[in-house]
Design a protein around this ligand. Structure first.
Ligand code: KG4
Ligand code: ZN
Length: 349
């Protein structure tokens, strides 16, 4: 089966053509194109929804054309059209959805609505030239860490999922972005903080690890942002490059420690066989390293289990349409176009 997928939930206009390989049950990318209006948003230090939507309009047709050309497929080879229906910015979502509906109508193809958050999980099932995930065994524990969400989800199978917990306030990516802004680093904060932290000296600043010991699987990152703000105010907004790096290192460490501790705790509790990371923050190398290192300290047998860690390559952690196609290939549930609407607040149900 071959799917053309469209993802326009935020500032990326992404279209992909993916297909599922019978031999290994993994998703293969035939083409994957992402156009981003990020440069425009870095000027304003955050995403302006109207600008994002206008840019989506500008990019959508050229990106579709390039995707089809790159994949070297003809329209008749495409079995269905998958599209992100939420969560996201209403103006941006609508452009992808209306385009998908129009194409489905003209080409007479089924249309599959996809939750963007589940797409982030399914980036783990995508095979690329440099990344062929080993078989993902269930139950799998997924940590979704994006700009707007931080969630732990248990996948018992492709059909059965359970939401275990999420953030009570800021998402991990949002914390990176807000702290980046406090430190005057370029938007988005995540990659900027990761880069600045490489020059950081450990333990010059210590920030809280919010909710690290709580019994549930929820998160909270707004207190961390407030703690960084207090330091910035204490230093009278006059931070040397070294202090920016030291704060970046300390803040990143706090976020990562909380994410790793809670993910491993959930994986143990639910006897997960695999741990899947997804979302823009999963592109962070330290997060991957720390997760891997903490998992390696666990006993391979017994209570700790033997978790297989899966992390998609960075370009599939951040927003893309291949992950939307992957979800649709495993969960092929076409809907009537009349029932497909943008749902900016879509969550897990
Ligand atoms: O998944 P994503 O591309 O878009 C959303 O669905 O939100 O995630 C974007 C988020 C931003 O908050 C960005 O700062 C963060 O992912 N991010 C990172 C890194 N790359 C992107 N955070 C930490 N380290 C990174 N290397
Ligand atoms: Zn995303």
């Amino acid at each position: 089966m071959t799917i053309l997928s469209i993802e326009t939930s935020c500032d990326e206009t992404a279209v992909a053509i993916t297909t599922k390989e019978a031999k290994n049950d993994l998703v293969k990318i035939l083409s994957n194109v992402v156009a981003s209006s990020l440069v425009l948003h870095s000027k304003t230090g955050g995403i302006i929804p109207d600008i994002a939507a206008r840019e989506q309009l500008k990019f959508i047709v050229p990106v579709i054309k390039k995707t089809i050309k790159d994949a070297k497929v003809s329209i008749k080879d495409i079995d269905g059209i998958a599209v992100t229906v939420g969560p996201g910015l209403i103006g941006s979502l609508l452009i992808g959805i209306e385009t998908a509906k129009t194409l489905a109508y003209i080409w007479k193809k089924p249309i599959i609505p996809v939750n963007h958050l589940l797409g982030h999980i399914y980036a783990n099932f995508v095979q690329t030239n440099n990344y062929e995930p080993s078989t993902i065994n269930f139950p799998a524990l997924a940590l979704i860490v994006s700009g707007g969400h931080t969630d732990l989800v248990l996948l018992k199978s492709h059909e059965a999922m359970a939401w275990l917990g999420g953030t009570l306030d800021d998402a991990a990516g949002e914390a990176f972005d807000k702290i980046g802004r406090l430190l005057n680093l370029p938007y988005p904060g995540g990659p900027s903080i990761e880069k600045a932290s490489m020059q950081g000296i450990a333990n010059r600043f210590i920030f809280p690890r919010p909710m690290i010991g709580s019994k549930d699987f929820n998160f909270s990152f707004s207190g961390l942002k407030a703690a960084v703000l207090r330091e910035v105010l204490r230093l009278n907004h006059k931070l040397s490059n070294q202090q920016v790096s030291d704060i970046s290192l300390a803040a990143q460490k706090s976020i990562i420690e909380v994410l790793v501790r809670k993910t491993i705790k959930a994986a143990k509790k639910y006897n997960a066989k695999s741990i899947l990371l997804g979302g823009g923050v999963a592109a962070n190398r330290k997060l991957k390293e720390e997760m891997r290192s903490q998992l390696s300290t666990l006993s391979p047998r017994g209570e700790a289990g033997n978790f297989q860690l899966h992390v998609p390559p960075a370009h599939l952690c951040t927003d893309n349409a291949a992950m939307i196609g992957a979800y649709a290939l495993y969960n092929y549930k076409p809907a009537s176009w009349k029932n497909i609407t943008a749902n900016p607040k879509l969550y897990f149900n």
